[in-house]
Design a protein. Sequence first.
Length: 256
Amino acid sequence: MGRRRSGFTLDSLTDSLPLANPPEPRTTAQLRRLAADVLAVSTNPLDGAHALDLLDTSYATPFAAAARARLKAHPAIRPLIQERYWEPWPSLGELQALPEGSLGHTFGQLLADQGLKPLPDPVIPPGADGDDRYLQLRIRHTHDVWHAVTGFPPTLAGEAGLNGFTCEQLRWPGCALLLAADLIHRVDDDESNSQDNGIDVGRAVAFGLELGASAAPFLAQRWEQGWQRPLQDWREALGLSPSLMARSPFAKGGAG
């Protein structure tokens, strides 16, 4: 799809940020790096390297620390963090062999369609730092599970919708910045998104925010104990009713 480059420069983006007090050098470096990442992803939403760098860099900011503190205090999420909950994940073949319509089968098909396979189980360090690492890895590893459950396909508009969902559920600064990049690109994009049959990114984001506000905390779910469970059962248990899901811009022909 056609993408026009805007006239913004990195210096114009960072120098115009209103700061109440002179920032520490590290904060200045973080802002410049994040601004560069946002500019790159706004220009090309398929730029995975800058998107991952944006997520990693934002994770070291005070905003991410505040978000982590909020998640650690959540009564439904706290037990998983305390026990560092993780069970071995099935292979791609094992997922695809599960009953059609189950969470595991849907997740496996989504991965196979992208030429992917489940990420390897992580190694999480002990101590307080391990809590932060656990949150980062848990969110990253379950990203495609969230795609399967929410019905957002792994397309430009689908990723934007899931970014909206994740922002509402986690208040994650990295996802907020990706969401900003999605909407900036929408302003600068002069062609319809054929990959999503013309589905507007703004509509996807709006539905993602609504869905995130309506659903139970996805981060509190022990997905590993329910791969065989029907996807529809999962959705209803999480507050994603058929009537709500029917309003999704991806309801006709989307994933799930």
